[in-house]
Structures are given as C-alpha cells and as structure tokens.
Design a protein around this ligand. Structure first.
Ligand code: ADP
Length: 633
C-alpha cells in the first residue's frame, strides 16, 4: 500500500525520442489508475519507469515517501504483470507462484500461506498441482496475477495484461481485476490502449498522446468534460460527432451555425459564459462536438425541442438495445461518405429508416462540447481562464458590474469604456463588494464559485467550500487585464522571473566527523551561478539536477532559474540590480529591476531606488534545462 508521486518525469531515449514529457501526477494509496492512449503515446515507458525497468531521464519518482529513481526494481516493492505472462512450463502452478519467494529465501510456511491465499482470491486453488499447458489463457493470466500478488507489493503495475485474451474472456477478467483491486487494497497502475477497459476499470484515467498527458480525471469527468478534441474523440463509442461551425452572441443569446446545414440553433449565452468572447463573433470557426446519445430521433423530443437539425439518413446499425443511425447534416451528401458533416445518432431499440430519408433530430445542447478549430483545446473549460466584464475607467476609478474600485498608481490608463478580464483567482474575499453565491463546485480539488454581482455572473476560486449566500469580494488588481479595441492596455504583473545560469561545484575544506573524530576533509559544495554570483544549491535540488544527467554534463549545461516576485530579499551582496520603477498596487508594492538584459519584479515593503543587491531564496527555485526544455525542479 503506497501512494506514488511523479514530478516532472521525462524520458528521452538514447536515439533522441522524447517518449514522455513532463509527466506530473499524485497517485493516492489504493487508487486504480489507468494509462490509456494510442500505441506509441508513452504509456508503457511511464509504467516501466515506475517499475525501474527504464531509467528516468529527468524528474522525481516517489513510492511512499522514498525517492526511488536510483533504486533497482526489486528494491521498489512493486510487482508487475505483463501481456505475455511467461509462466515456467515445467513447473506446477504452485511452484510458478512460489518461485520468486523461494528465490528470496522466504520461509516455507510463509510461502505456503501466501500462495494458498492468492490462489483462493483468484479462484485457482484446484489447479495448483497442474502445469501451465493444462490451463486456459484466462487461467494462466490469473496465475500471472497470483505471482504478483504473493509478493504483497505496495504497488501493482499491469501492462496490457488482457490483450492476449479473446473478447469475452477480456470482459470477464476486467471485472475480476477490479474485484481483485478491491480485495487487495493496493495501488494499481494499469496500461491499456482500450478506452472501454480504461473507463470500466480506472478510478482515475490518464489519457496520453505523443508523449504528453492530455488529461487526468475520473471516467465520468473525462466523458463529460474532455479537455480537448483528442480526449473527446478517444473516450466513448461511437466517436463523438464533430462539426465545424460558428457562434454569434447577440444579447443573452448565442446563435450556432453548422457548416453545411441551414439549421438555426440558439443557445442561452449563460451556457457559453466560460468561453472567450473572440469565439462568439460569428466569424471564427469552432469545432462543435455532440455525442451520438445527445442527439435524439424520438418524435416527442423533437416536438419539445427548439434545437432541431435536419439529417439525411443513409443507413442504420441495429445493435439490439440501440440502433446507430448514420446520416449527414448536409442534405446534398449521402451520409455514407465520412464527410465533415457526417452524423451518428444513437436511438433506443430497433429503428427502421429508409436510406435517403430526411428527418429532424433534436440536439441536447446542454451536452455540447466546443473546441478551438486549430489548437483543439476545449473552449468551454470547467474553470474559465477569465471573466469578461464591460468596464469604465474614469478619474482613476474602475467601474464594473455596478461597482467602483479605486485604481492604484501601478495601473495607468486613459478614461473610457473598455473590457475587463478578471482571472477567477483574481477575485479575493477581503474586499467590500457585495456578491451572491450562486453555486460552489469542486473541480478536481479546486473550489470554483459562481457569484452574482448586480446580476452579472463571475467565477472565482476559493480555498474552501462556501455555503453562505451573501459574501464580500475584492479584486487583486495585479492580475487583471484591461482591453480596448483588442489591445491590452493594462497587463498583469508577471508571476515568474527568469534568470539564466549554470551549476557548479567547488571542493571546500570542511571539518567532518569520521569514526567519532573531527577531521578536516575536502568536501564538494554545489552552487547555482546566476549573473556571476554563486548561491548554495539545496541538497535536494542538487540531487535532482545530477539525476537529469550522466556524469559531469550538468556542469556544462545552461539552465533557466525561475523565481516568483516573493522569492527575493534585498541584501548587502547578491545579484546586482537597478531599480527602474516602484510598482504600487496599494496593498502590495514591487520593484521593477533590470538585471543584465532581464527585467525582474521583486516584492518589497520598502520603496527602494537605485542600485540594489538581490538574494534569491534557493529553496523556492524552479529549474529548467534550456536546451531540451526539461523542467527539472
Ligand atoms: P505505448 O506503450 O504507449 O505504446 P511506448 O511507451 O512503448 O508507447 O513508446 C513511446 C515512444 O517511445 C514510441 O515512439 C516508441 O517508438 C519509443 N520507444 C519505446 N521504446 C524505445 C526504445 N527502447 N528506444 C527508442 N525509442 C523507444
């Protein structure tokens, strides 16, 4: 039983293939995690790095509280089950299961207890005396699981364990492995390319593509809130329908047009409030996604729906409990060709349609998915990037949603009407603007509040769940954007300062205790060198940097060191900086400093000017290797 922590994990194979990029995940004890994605997306590589069968190029892997990067597979307290179960043909099932424990010289009684118990859990007790060739494929896979279980590992790793089995057996083994997970109460990490397997087994699923994690979420959330078009298309059968179209906002309505169709469909603006206004101009092409089950051919639904679209039907596939109806929303097409306007509709029971028949279909817009046509990212994220609000600036005051706040000297802009962009985390709870709580939702650990201020809806992020209806809010003005005629006239204060540097070692004579005696010895000290100044590297940071390279290469590499504005103090020695401006946000002040060619923003409680020395807090540093763009810390 253990949790796993994967931080900035990368795998670069010697031939240069970047198989895994910046994999970050916290796996809780007893979770059933599934890595899923098409062949070559990096799921096995990630699993093999956890197992210790593949070296980790950069990043930190912890099992429980222990960093295991350098530990051998057998020291990691994991057990792995492969697609090829590779049982020893000449040994009995009992011996196959006992073999690993015998090699560890475990007492016979203990081996017997473990094998008997595992056999019972897997329901193979009666076969213990048989040889593998006398067992079916499913039974052999059970033995392979048994061989893993007897080790009583902290983590079970399974790499496509069912892909050698036929479809029926696969379905059966699927539920058996889920049952096994419940019984064993151990953390499972399971790799498959089969989305149905992933959806039915995982408590959480990691969807991967080309070495990058696309989304980590529960099966339900992946289905309901896919983060991009890839996840939307990968999860669910038949595949989600995708159409090109445009969205045009008019007052509190949005008109949705589908390329190739005459349909006039209207949605309430509130439904699309989380999207960026640029998608609502009636021009920008977006990708509209609707699952087959969110389109109905039921006459009752069509009668009651105001969001109907005409479909020319081509053919149907009757699956018994449901029928898949194929057609096209472009009535000039036949619905057989896989055009950009092809539609698949799921209808209950048996349905009979004539080929070429034109029917109405009701769209369930509450389940619509919208994606950027180029980046394919969802444009209806669960947590919106910004709240978009009309505002007016006048005499140093900012008025929005019927409320006025005084602008600090850091924000300088002309009077006039503009658009205010408020990131949800810019809303604070220490102000005096009255707001009503509309809803409070936990989005994977982030608490998202929907608030109403004078009837205007705003999203905010809170540290904890809130239940009181009336609250008071403020705005962290260093995070806002003010936009006028598509130009950002006020931009947020940068949250990250970047400095280039290197990593160095010096041997220093130190007094150390050896065999109870104090002796002088040359010991290595590690430094980060920034702007010709040396700063001692914390031991864990130095370890991670060494871990990312073999040998002395770490000393010949360019790094980008990143700090927030709160990670500096002003001292007598340190990085030489020239203060060019004091940025005053009222509650907080920052120094804008030039350091070589870089600009740094540093939090301050004193409005300093001129030349100063900055000391970065090295325990807060983030490190990126510039060449390979690998985040190391
Ligand atoms: P998956 O398990 O998702 O099918 P893998 O993790 O096996 O994918 O592979 C990810 C990528 O790394 C692929 O492009 C694959 O070709 C490449 N790869 C895997 N193993 C090696 C290797 N030993 N050397 C070089 N490239 C490899």
């Amino acid at each position: 039983m253990a949790n796993l922590s994967l931080k900035h994990i990368y795998k670069v194979y010697p031939n240069g293939t970047k198989a895994v990029n910046d994999f970050n995940m916290q796996i809780e004890d007893k979770e059933f995690i599934v890595f899923v994605g098409p062949s070559g997306c990096g799921k096995s590589t990630t699993l093999r790095m956890i197992a210790g069968l593949e070296e980790i190029s950069a990043g930190e892997l912890k099992i429980g509280d222990v960093v295991v990067n350098e530990l051998e597979p057998k020291e990691r307290d994991i057990a792995m089950v492969f697609q090829n179960y590779a049982l020893y043909p000449h040994m009995t099932i009992y011996d196959n299961m006992a073999f690993g424990l015998q090699m560890q010289k475990m007492p016979k009684d203990e081996i017997n207890r473990r094998v008997t118990e595992a056999a019972e859990i897997l329901d193979i007790t009666e076969y213990l005396k048989r040889k593998p060739k006398e067992m079916s494929g499913g039974q052999r896979q059970r033995v392979a699981l048994g061989r893993a279980i007897v080790r009583e590992p902290k983590v079970m790793l399974l790499d496509e364990p069912l892909s050698n089995l036929d479809a029926k057996l696969r379905t059966q083994m699927r539920s058996e492995i889920v049952k096994l997970h419940n019984k064993l109460n151990t953390t499972f990490v399971y790799v498959t390319h089969d989305q149905v397997e992933a959806m039915t087994m995982g408590t959480r699923i990691v969807v991967m593509k080309l070495g990058f994690v696309q989304q980590i979420d529960t099966p339900k959330n992946l289905y309901m809130y896919p983060a991009n078009k890839f996840v939307a298309g990968f999860i669910g059968t038949p595949q989600m329908n995708f159409f090109n179209g445009t969205l045009k906002k008019d007052g509190d309505k949005v008109y949705i047009s589908f390329a190739g169709s005459e349909a006039k469909i209207t949605a309430p603006y509130e439904m699309m409030q989380k999207t960026t206004p640029q998608y609502l101009d009636g021009e920008k092409v977006v990708c509209i996604g609707l699952r087959a089950e969110d389109i109905s051919l039921d006459p009752e639904d069509i009668k009651n729906s105001k969001t109907n679209i005409k479909v020319k039907i081509s053919h149907t596939e009757e699956l018994g409990t449901e029928t898949l109806v194929y057609g096209d929303i472009n009535l000039d097409y036949d619905g057989i060709a896989e055009t950009e306007t092809r539609i698949i509709i799921k209808a209950a029971g048996f349905k009979d349609f004539k080929s070429g028949e034109i029917v109405e279909a009701a769209l369930n817009l509450s389940a619509v998915h919208l994606f950027d046509a180029e980046t394919e990212e969802s444009i209806l994220p669960r947590i919106p990037k910004y709240n978009y609000v009309d505002c007016e600036i006048k005499g140093g005051n900012l008025t929005f949603a019927g409320q006025t706040v005084q602008l600090p000297s850091a924000i300088k802009c002309e009077d006039g009407k503009a658009e205010l962009l408020l990131p949800p985390d810019s809303i604070t709870f220490d102000g005096d603007i009255p707001a009503e709580l509309e809803s409070c939702e936990n989005v994977n650990g982030t608490i998202l509040l929907a608030l109403k201020i004078n009837g205007k809806k705003l999203f905010a992020i809170s540290d904890s769940e809130i239940s009181q209806q009336s609250i008071k809010i403020g705005v962290d003005l260093k995070k806002i954007i003010i936009r006028k005629n598509n130009e950002d006239i006020v931009v947020p204060m940068p949250e990250i300062n970047c400095l280039s540097g290197t990593f160095a070692m010096e041997k220093v004579v130190q007094t150390v205790e050896i065999d109870g005696k104090l002796k002088k010895k040359k010991m290595p000290n590690y430094y980060m060198v920034i702007e010709n100044e040396k700063f001692a590297a914390p031991q864990d940071v130095a370890n991670k940097m060494f871990g990312a390279f073999s040998g002395r290469k770490v000393f010949n590499t360019a790094f980008r060191y990143e700090f927030t504005p709160y990670d500096f103090t002003v001292g007598d020695s340190g990085i030489s900086a020239t203060v060019t401006e004091v940025i005053d946000y009222g509650k907080e002040k920052f120094l804008k400093c030039s350091v070589g060619e870089n600009t740094l923003y540093v939090f301050t409680d004193k409005p300093l000017t001129g030349e100063i020395k900055l000391v970065p807090d090295m325990t807060k540093v983030s490190v990126v290797e510039q060449d390979r763009e690998i985040r190391i810390v």
